[in-house]
Design a protein around this ligand. Structure first.
Ligand code: UD1
Ligand code: CA
Length: 466
């Protein structure tokens, strides 16, 4: 159900100076998704009638990234963009979205740099705001190190008095460890009236959104402090150090989720699973593994150390030995890979296939039960079932201009050190002698040997005194 009277505004125009980056701050990745994607997903969970995003620094890039990915991120609410031309603080950012505010009854305002926020908290904030019939509500948390954040200053009744920015705080205020998370819910009319009263503040002459809460209170509407003990979700990413901190916290959450679902992580501190990854129960994952993008892993799989998988699907009962590297590929049940196997994009391993030590597969189908066990390169290949590929076999798929296909039928036996010069087809039950360079079609059940005959010259071997 869409909550028509709820809306979300995300402030993502800031320069992110402390990141020292060409990439706009909202697009920096945390566990596989841009910071902004995490925020949008949490916002979407409220089922708002509309989402507004204020863009400025890197505006086009931020907008395009959202437009290109919002369906994949599950964002179904209509998204509108507002460009802030002069980056004069969070208050001026909200002002840039006045046409948005004018259409809304209430609005949840989020910063574009808090990837750890939780949908549950946003829901509780909105409910508390609605129950209190407040003019404004701010999410506050107590943090071990409040430096850099705006402090919540409370009045005599412990109610909200003001938010004082770090740059403007005196020594006494700096001691306050209750900080402004940068997440608020506002009555839209009250916010618009307060925005009109903002004046530039602080060393950078910025319009502080935080001042609107005091104005709303002065106008006689309740300004409520909503507290949460889960302070990590307020972590703002302003620097690379905070980016790493956010990633570490999110990683721990993701790993905990998988362990709760029956996945064994041998060393969770050294296991890197992106936010979109799915893993079945009784899968065991050793240390140093990276499971990235939209990867899905079945039940009962074993991943030895240093397995690296991006955007791939691994079925049940698969063993991935040490150092296996899989990109955009599909692996069916009961397959075995590695140690040190490499599946490049668009590779498909059918049931029970094996790709072993130092073998590389690219855009190839390895049929059911087929084996490529040692030191081979198989590219642009259609391989049937029950094929045995000997050590050191190479498909010569590239003629310097174009790629060509090798077709290997069911139950073909390929001896060691064979070259297939593509395009070439070997039909079922054929046998290829070791060391052959195959340039022509091989008929079903035929034996092809394509190498020069052995010559032995008598007494030309090692001399007695050599
Ligand atoms: C802000 C709050 C601070 C709070 C902290 C929480 C203000 C004045 N201060 O400080 O009280 O503790 O967040 O993380 O709001 N932005 C724009 N346009 C601008 C400036 C900023 O869109 O001109 C956006 C930024 O992209 C960012 C958000 O507003 O997503 C907050 O700005 P930032 O500069 O990070 O504010 P902080 O100094 O962290
Ligand atoms: Ca910030």
């Amino acid at each position: 159900m869409v909550a028509k009277n709820r809306s979300v505004l995300i402030l993502a125009a800031g320069k992110g100076t402390r990141m020292k980056s060409n990439l706009p701050k909202p697009l920096h990745a945390v566990c596989g998704f841009p910071i902004l994607a995490h925020i949008l997903k949490a916002a979407q969970a409220l089922n708002p009638g509309a989402i507004g995003i204020v863009i400025g620094h890197g505006a086009q890039q931020v907008k395009q990234t959202v437009l290109d990915n919002k369906a994949a991120w599950g964002i179904t609410a209509p998204v509108e963009f507002f460009e802030q031309t002069e980056l004069a603080g969070s208050g001026s950012a909200v002002k840039a979205a006045l046409p948005f505010l004018q259409k809304q009854e209430s609005v949840l305002v989020l910063a574009g740099d808090t990837p750890l926020l939780k949908a549950q908290t946003l829901e509780e904030m909105y409910q508390a705001f609605e129950n209190a019939k407040a003019g404004a509500l701010v999410l506050a948390v107590k943090v071990p190190n409040p430096a850099g954040y705006g402090r919540i200053v409370r009045g005599e009744n412990n109610d909200f008095k003001a938010i004082v920015e770090d740059a403007d705080a005196d020594a006494q205020t700096k001691k306050i460890d209750e900080i402004n998370s940068g997440m608020y819910v506002f009555d839209s009319r009250a916010l618009q009236q307060a925005l009109a009263k903002l004046t530039p503040q602080g060393p950078k002459h910025e319009y502080y959104l935080t001042d609107t809460l005091s104005f709303i209170k002065q106008a006689g509407r309740p300004a409520v402090v909503f507290t949460s003990t889960d302070y990590q979700q307020a972590l703002g990413v302003n620097s690379r150090v905070q980016l790493a901190e956010a990633a570490q916290i999110m990683r721990a959450r993701i790993n905990q989720y998988h362990m709760d679902n029956g996945v064994t992580l041998i060393n969770p501190q050294d296991t890197y699973i992106d936010a979109g990854v799915e893993i079945g129960a009784d899968t065991v994952i050793a240390s140093g593994c990276y499971l990235l993008g939209s990867t899905q892993i079945g039940n009962n799989c074993t991943l030895e150390s240093s397995v690296y998988i991006t955007n791939s699907t691994i079925a049940n009962d698969v063993t991935l030995k040490l150092g296996t590297y899989i990109e955009e590929s599909e692996v069916a049940e009961n397959c075995q890979l590695g140690p040190y196997a490499h599946l490049r994009p668009k590779s498909v391993l059918k049931k029970g296939a094996k790709v072993g030590n130092f073998s590389e597969i690219k855009k190839a189908v390895i049929g059911e039960g087929s084996k490529v066990n040692h030191l081979s390169y198989i590219g642009d290949t259609q391989m049937g079932a029950g094929v045995n590929v000997g050590a050191g076999t190479i498909t010569c798929n590239y003629d310097g201009k174009n790629k060509h296909t090798t077709v290997i039928g069911d139950h073909v036996f390929v001896g060691s050190n064979v070259n297939f010069v593509a395009p070439v087809t070997v039909h079922e039950y054929a046998k290829i002698g070791a060391g052959s360079t195959i340039t022509h079609e091989v008929a079903a059940r035929g034996l092809a040997v394509a190498r020069s005959r052995q010559v032995v010259l008598e007494n030309k071997g090692v001399k007695k005194n050599d």
